[in-house]
Design a protein around this ligand. Sequence first.
Ligand code: TYD
Length: 226
Amino acid sequence: MYIVIEGQDGTGKSTQAELLKKYYEDQGKEVVVIEEPDGDLPQAHDLHDMILTRGYKLEPLTNFLLFTASRLELWRKIAEPLLKRGGVVISARNYWSSIAYQGYGEGVSRSRIIKITKDIMPEKYCHPDYGFILTVPDEVRLARQKNRGKATETFEAKADDFQQRVNGAYPKIAKDFNLTLIDASGTIEEIQAEIRQHLGIQDLSTVILKDAASDDDSVVGELRVV
Ligand code: TYD
């Protein structure tokens, strides 16, 4: 099963992905979380650094092509083999990030992004079993980002109008690609419960986080379901 959790920086994608991973692991499944454009893969890590940390002022189209190269590597080397073994792949981000950031944010034509992605990426990548988009109002997102004090990477550090274009793109993307839009301004537990409900997971008992997990995109503490 391939599940995607999308959304702007500061919406809590990674936290939600990790909680979901824990659930499926408890069910005895083999699970991996992929964080496009990074991941437990050196070439993806290098591509991530090339786009985000080297300070090159890359062309928007170059960014898109490098993100695409990273997602192809992550798909072929990590996601596809696990899916073939019957495992669960949970991805924080998918090519919808490129539509939001490189398309709406940086001005690359949306139809070009879709065309190139469909040309390169397999059908399953483009049509996950479940796709969620987490959204939060701009004020909430900015407060969360400020709290975690990490707004130095290329796209997070861009001006407010860029961020607003990206944030504004997500509801449109949800509609156009038939993705489940989730208001992520609630608590971690509420958002996780909503995601699980959409996944048809019967166990909707409260999810309690030990070790005071934060509400940003960082890894969560140990999970206890009661
Ligand atoms: P990173 O810190 O690695 O991930 P995250 O903030 O999601 O935890 O930063 C990835 C950045 O790259 C983030 O600001 C979104 C951006 N991005 C794009 O612009 N296009 C894409 O296709 C992807 C996958 C990410």
